[in-house]
Design a protein around this ligand. Structure first.
Ligand code: ZN
Length: 138
């Protein structure tokens, strides 16, 4: 596998309203996009740090995986996943599988910001939930 860079770091938050101002202060930049991803039952907020983004994720339903994460984390948010940018996500996923990584998404699907994404299982990635993503619109 050969990711080109860290596309974003996903951080689970209890409340975007409370978290956005904290990240705006910390990063010295305004949140440039808020998007609900219905499929994943989350509302996301994005910041740019160089070519990498910070993605805040607030659950919109108790069934969201982000809600489960927060519950396990004693009602608090925290680091949730790392996302690597790749070229040719289908081939990268096939390679990941052949290398013995466990895939959550066997086939890529649509994510926030129009990216094509797929998650790898933390059991096979040293307990770090790992996302591969490709911008097919560029
Ligand atoms: Zn992500």
């Amino acid at each position: 596998m050969n990711p080109t860079h860290i596309e974003h770091i996903g951080i689970a938050v209890v409340s975007l309203d409370e978290s956005i101002p904290v990240f705006e202060k910390m990063l010295g930049t305004k949140c440039y996009a808020i998007e609900e991803v219905k499929d994943q039952k989350v509302k996301t907020a994005f910041f740019k740090v160089g070519q990498t983004k910070i993605e805040l994720l607030e659950p919109t339903s108790p069934e969201s995986t982000i809600a489960a994460f927060i519950e396990k984390n004693n009602g608090k948010g925290g680091m949730h996943h790392i996302a690597f940018a790749v070229e040719g996500i289908e081939n990268q996923l096939a390679e990941a599988k052949s290398l013995g990584f466990r895939l959550i998404d066997e086939t890529p699907r649509g994510g926030a910001e129009g990216l094509t994404i797929a998650f790898m299982h933390p059991k096979s990635t040293c307990s770090v939930l790992t996302e591969l993503c490709e911008n097919k619109n560029k």
